[in-house]
Write a protein that binds this ligand. Structure first.
Ligand SMILES: Nc1nc2c(ncn2[C@@H]2O[C@H](COP(=O)(O)OP(=O)(O)OP(=O)(O)O)[C@@H](O)[C@H]2O)c(=O)[nH]1
Ligand SMILES: [Mg+2]
Length: 314
């Protein structure tokens, strides 16, 4: 992200010296609710959410335009300690987002039993002492009200943050206060992106994520972690007023291909049907979707593929 190259478009706002704009990285352990929060603040479906940890694989930018501020939220893959090369790459992209951010928003789930994982997250935050940090204690709808004070006190002791906001990303509790708190920490600056822009991610990216989400929902156990979706064709047929999308689901092994295709092709058919429905809703146009399953051995270790898929940057 080269901030210097980006300028605001609205001349009124560019003359507003108190306008604030900047990048907020949302970080937290897997399953903390980061993508749910991104969707909530944006009031739309920008990032896929599942019950499974490690759903998000790339940083996802979405732009919240307010009257006197513009926040560029960056959703990130869950931070955890792992020896696997693939996971290390995901964690590295979250770390990079933190380093580039104007404010770091650490999302901590309010339920108990995750202290060790959070400790790893906090040690990362200590590496960026200069960056303002806010903690959001998420999923407070799941804990009794009486325990909230104790939880926020404990958190305040583990990490120096400007403020702790108890929230429910799922239900929207406390989210407006959180947004106001974040705005207060952003640098004074004209908008970094045009104010009618909500994201700079590509349409192909969203299409691939919608398909990946269906694999997460329908395929069992480890399978969703070992697949990647690549969009091979994405074009509008103006005559038919239709979007033609052709995508490849990469798997690591032939046995996984058999599972994704399913008996008599039933699973892939179901994935395609659900994905098409969501793609049509997202792009507001009829979609013709073609899905292929391809065995791409060790794609998770192949830097060229990881770069093409946007998982590895740089
Ligand atoms: N009850 C409750 N559930 C929540 C809340 N926020 C998120 N969830 C649920 O928690 C699960 C994980 O949510 P995600 O938004 O995918 O979590 P994430 O932090 O993006 O996870 P990764 O991308 O895997 O790191 C989903 O089942 C969400 O519905 C909340 O405030 N309350
Ligand atoms: Mg996520």
């Amino acid at each position: 992200m080269d901030k210097d190259k980006l300028v605001g478009t609205n001349p009124d706002v560019r003359n507003d010296p108190s306008f604030r704009s900047g990048f907020v990285a949302i970080i937290g352990i897997p399953n903390a609710g980061k993508s749910t929060l991104l969707n909530r603040v944006m009031e739309g479906h920008f990032a896929i959410v599942t019950e499974k940890p490690q759903t998000t694989r790339t940083t996802i930018r979405a732009i919240k335009n307010l009257e006197h501020a513009q926040i560029i939220f960056i959703d990130t893959p869950g931070i955890h300690s792992s020896q696997k090369t693939f996971n290390k790459i995901l964690i590295q992209s979250a770390k990079n987002a933190c380093r580039e951010a104007d404010v770091v928003l650490a999302l901590v789930p309010a339920q108990r039993g995750r202290e060790e994982e959070n400790a790893f997250l906090f040690s990362l935050l200590e590496d960026i002492p200069q960056t303002p940090k806010i903690i959001a204690l998420n999923k407070i709808d799941k804990v009794p009200k009486e325990s909230l004070n104790h939880l926020t006190d404990t958190l305040a002791q583990s990490l120096p943050a400007e403020k702790i906001y108890p929230i429910s990303a799922l239900l929207g509790w406390g989210v407006e206060e959180l947004i106001n708190g974040l705005v207060g920490l952003l640098p004074e600056s004209p908008p970094l992106f045009p104010q009618d822009m909500e994201t700079d991610m590509t349409e192909r990216f969203f299409a691939s994520e919608i398909i990946r989400e269906k694999v997460f929902l329908l395929a069992k156990e480890e399978i969703p972690y070992e697949i990647a979706v690549e969009i091979e064709q994405f074009k509008e047929d103006e005559e038919k007023n239709m979007l033609i999308i052709s995508a490849v689901i990469h798997v690591n092994r032939p046995s996984q291909k058999r599972i994704i295709v399913g008996k008599n092709g039933e699973l892939i058919k179901k994935i395609g049907m659900l994905a098409r429905k969501d793609l049509e809703e997202f792009f507001q146009i009829h979609v013709f979707l073609e899905l292929w399953v391809r065995v791409s051995r060790n794609w998770m270790k192949n830097p060229r593929m990881l770069k093409e898929l946007g998982i590895m940057t740089g």
